[in-house]
Write a protein that binds this ligand. Structure first.
Ligand code: NAD
Length: 437
C-alpha cells in the first residue's frame, strides 16, 4: 500500500473499456500507480503489447508514456492486483437489460470477486453508471465474503468520447459520493492534482447526479429537435432559433444542435434506465418518456424524408452514407443513429456504400457484409442516387462537394447533422435537405 503522507495511491481499475482505460491512464499520468484489469484476455494481451483497443484522440501516446514511466500496467487478474491497492475503481459496462433497467451483472461479479480476495482496507468506487442503491448492494456483496473494514463510494464518470482525455484533466466537476470522511479524504487525494470543483455528496446523490445529467442533456436535444419540427412547418430556421435561444445565459448554447437525435453508449441506456428507476420508486417520469419518444421519431422523420423524396420507395436506389459512429471523433457505434438508418435503408431494399474515419471495423461486426465501404469519403458519391450525412465528422464539411456532385447519379443530399450550409449546397447544384430549415 502507498505512503499515506503523499497523494500517490496504488489504484486498481477494473474494466478497461472507454472509461476504464482513459481513467486509468490519466490517473497514472497524474502520478498514481495504476493496474488496469479486464476479463477480456485478448484486450489485455494487446494492451500489454502496446496496442490500444479503441480510438480516442491522444490516448495511445499517453498509455505509452505512462507504461514506460512504470505507472501503468495491465492484467487479467483482479486477485493479483488487489493486495497492493488503496482504491479500486469499478468501470465495467452497465448495458440495458431487456426491460430497460441497467444490467448490473458485471458490476456485481466484480464486487463478489473483490469480497473473495480482499484482505485489507480499500475504497471500492463505482465509476460505472449505476442506479441509486447499487453501492449499497456492492457493499453487501463484498461484506458477504469479507468481515474487515472497507468503504464503497460513487464517482460517476462524465467523459465524452472523442475528447475524453481533455475531459479528465479539465472536468466541470468531480463528484465524490461517500459515506464517511475517511473515504472522502482518500478520494479527494486521488483527484487532488485535477482542477475543477470536487463535490462531496452522499453515495445516493452521486449515483443520481450521473443519470440526471445525461437525462437533462438528452432532454435539451429532444427539445431542440421538436422546435426543428416546428421550423420545418413554419419557415423558421432552426440554426437561427437555436443560436437565439442559446444566447440566453440561463439556457446556454450547448446541446441545442438539431439533427437525427442522440445515440451512443450512454444516453439511450441511461435515459431509459432513469425512467425505469423513477417507475420503481413509484414515480411516473412523464417528461422523460416524451424525450425518448421524440428521439426515436427523429430518425424516422429523417428516413421518411428520404423515402418521400423518392416518391415513397427507395428500393433499388443506391445511397452514399457519410458516417457510421454515433458521433464524430470516436469508433463507437453503440446505438448509433447512422447504423439504424443504414439498416432501415437496407430493409427498404436500397444499396448502401458508407464511409467513416474510425468506425468501419466496428460497423462491419454488426452490418455483416450487407453494405460496401468506401476508402475515401468522396467515393460514396460515385453513382449514388443520394448522399446522407449522418455523423458530424467536421472533415465532411470540407469535402469537394462540387466534384462529388458530378459523380452522382442524382445530386440529392440529406444532411442529418446540419453540417453544411443550405445556400452553398444549393449553389453547387444539390437538391439539399437538412433538419429544421
Ligand atoms: P466498455 O464496454 O467499453 O468497457 C467495459 C469493460 O469491462 C470491457 O472491456 C469488459 O471486458 C470489462 N469487464 C466486464 N466484466 C468484467 C469483469 N468482471 N472484470 C474485469 N473487466 C470486466 O464500457 P465503457 O464505455 O467503458 O463504460 C463503462 C461504464 O462507464 C458504463 O457504466 C458506462 O455507462 C459508463 N460511462 C461510459 C462513458 C462512455 O462515454 N463510454 C461515459 C461515462 C460513463
Amino acid at each position: 500500500m502507498s505512503d499515506t503522507t503523499t497523494h500517490i495511491k496504488n489504484i486498481t481499475v477494473v474494466g478497461t473499456g472507454y472509461v476504464g482505460l482513459v481513467s486509468g491512464t490519466c490517473l497514472a499520468d497524474i502520478g498514481h500507480m495504476i493496474t488496469c484489469v479486464d476479463v477480456d484476455t485478448e484486450k489485455v494481451a494487446n494492451l500489454q503489447a502496446g496496442k490500444i483497443p479503441i480510438f480516442e484522440p491522444g490516448l495511445e501516446r499517453l498509455v505509452k508514456h505512462n507504461v514506460e514511466a512504470g505507472r501503468l500496467q495491465f492484467t487479467t487478474s483482479l486477485a493479483d492486483a488487489l493486495p497492493n491497492s488503496d482504491v479500486v475503481f469499478i468501470a465495467v459496462g452497465t448495458p440495458s437489460a431487456a426491460d430497460g433497467r441497467a444490467d448490473l451483472q458485471y458490476v456485481y461479479a466484480v464486487a463478489d470477486e473483490i469480497g473473495r480476495n480482499l484482505d485489507h482496507y480499500v475504497v471500492v468506487v463505482d465509476k460505472s453508471t449505476v442506479p441509486v442503491g447499487t453501492a449499497t448492494e456492492v457493499e453487501a456483496r463484498i461484506r458477504a465474503n469479507y468481515a474487515g473494514e472497507f468503504d464503497v463510494a460513487s464517482c460517476p464518470e462524465f467523459l465524452r468520447e472523442g475528447c475524453a482525455i481533455d475531459d479528465f484533466f479539465a472536468p466541470d466537476r468531480i463528484v465524490i459520493g461517500v459515506r464517511n470522511d475517511k473515504a472522502g479524504d482518500i478520494l479527494s487525494d486521488v483527484f487532488e492534482p485535477v482542477k475543477g470543483e470536487k463535490l462531496i455528496t452522499t453515495v445516493e446523490s452521486a449515483e443520481l447526479i450521473k443519470y440526471a445529467s445525461n437525462a437533462f442533456l438528452a432532454t435539451k436535444i429532444s427539445f431542440i429537435n421538436e422546435i426543428a419540427q416546428i421550423c420545418e412547418r413554419s419557415g423558421a430556421d432552426i440554426e437561427e432559433v437555436a443560436y437565439g435561444i442559446g444566447l440566453d445565459h440561463r439556457i446556454g448554447p450547448k446541446f441545442l444542435k438539431a439533427g437525427i437525435g442522440w445515440g451512443g453508449s450512454c444516453f439511450p441506456k441511461d435515459v431509459v434506465a432513469l425512467d425505469q428507476m423513477a417507475g420503481d420508486s413509484g414515480y411516473d417520469f412523464k417528461l422523460l418518456k416524451g424525450v425518448i419518444e421524440v428521439n426515436q421519431e427523429q430518425r424516422m422523420h429523417f428516413i421518411q424524408k428520404v423515402r418521400d423524396t423518392f416518391s415513397g420507395s427507395v428500393s433499388g436506389k443506391k445511397f452514399g452514407v457519410l458516417g457510421l459512429a454515433f458521433k464524430d471523433n470516436t469508433d463507437d457505434i453503440r446505438e448509433s443513429a447512422a447504423i439504424d438508418i443504414i439498416q432501415q435503408l437496407l430493409n427498404d431494399g436500397a444499396e448502401v456504400v458508407a464511409f467513416d474515419y474510425q468506425a468501419k471495423e466496428n460497423a462491419e461486426k454488426v452490418l455483416d457484409g450487407s453494405i460496401e465501404y468506401a476508402t475515401q469519403p468522396q467515393d460514396v458519391a460515385h453513382g449514388a442516387d443520394a448522399v446522407l450525412v449522418v455523423t458530424e465528422w467536421p472533415e465532411f464539411k470540407h469535402l469537394d462537394w462540387k466534384v462529388m456532385r458530378e459523380t452522382m447519379n442524382t445530386p440529392i443530399l440529406f444532411d442529418g447533422r446540419n453540417l453544411l450550409k443550405p445556400s452553398t449546397m444549393q449553389e453547387q447544384g444539390f437538391e439539399y435537405y437538412s433538419i429544421g430549415r
